[in-house]
Design a protein around this ligand. Sequence first.
Ligand SMILES: Nc1ncnc2c1ncn2[C@@H]1O[C@H](COP(=O)(O)OP(=O)(O)O)[C@@H](O)[C@H]1O
Ligand SMILES: [Mg+2]
Length: 296
Amino acid sequence: MSVHSLQMAGRAPSDVREAGKPLLEVSGLTLEYRTDDRVVRATHRVSFDVHRGDRYVLLGPSGCGKSSLLKSVAGFIPPREGSILLDGRPVTGPWPDRIVVFQEFDQLAPWKTVKENVMFSLTASKRATRKEAQAHALHWLNKVGLSGFEDAYPHTLSGGMKQRVAIARALAMQPDILLMDEPFAALDALTRRKMQEELQILWDEARFTMLFVTHSIEEALIIGNRVLLLSPHPGRVRAELNSHQFGLHSAGSEEFQAATRRVHHLLFEQAGEEHEVSQFPQVRPSALSQRRRQER
Ligand SMILES: Nc1ncnc2c1ncn2[C@@H]1O[C@H](COP(=O)(O)OP(=O)(O)O)[C@@H](O)[C@H]1O
Ligand SMILES: [Mg+2]
């Protein structure tokens, strides 16, 4: 595949709608933080759709509003402008249909064992009895390769293992969408690669819907089937591309490297230009939705 066959399209919210109703519809989302003396605009009119089974990646440099977007989808930050619909209903606050996995290793309760950490969300939300929660916890801990560590406490685990627990805990809740905010960014390179591989295997088995935030171009192409490129201050959409053709197997290939350079160029070297996205081949709506149907 040549890099030119990467499908890049300027944001056109109507492009993909006919491929079936999106699970998540983010439309014209402007997010702001108000401090005593000023207003910080984190994102400006960002729009994107996530379909069921998507591995949708938000990619952009630090400060472009990725975490803000994720927190807003999670229900923690209300839109200043625009809307967020999940399954057609407006998001008005946090709910267990959206679970977040964060970058930080301290997201587990340190006084609970690994198994209790996974069980807690299930029992606290009354999604399961204690007995059911235990079965679910053991199932998902096994899936993330933590059988044998059920009774360990978080402080005895490595960073990678803690992130596995957080992922098991999130998936055990069977959310409509799993929200991941740079979950592997604080890991060493080898562990990070391993976790990317494991996430891919988990997704192949369970086919959950994922909204994944990263500032790593490589990670975005490996993890995502679609990638939204954001420019900073405030975050705006620069392009959206299909990346389902890449996986861990392709990292290092000539095509992959070329795609990485292309994305880098889109993200950084055209900064400040007004109509940069239109320089790339626009994908006709029918072609894009056809492609998307093939992916699923
Ligand atoms: N709590 C906050 N108060 C004020 N400004 C914030 C707050 N959180 C984030 N910001 C600002 O919003 C912008 C986007 O931040 P963020 O969403 O964390 O970006 P990213 O995750 O892409 O690094 C940045 O300019 C950041 O400084
Ligand atoms: Mg962030």
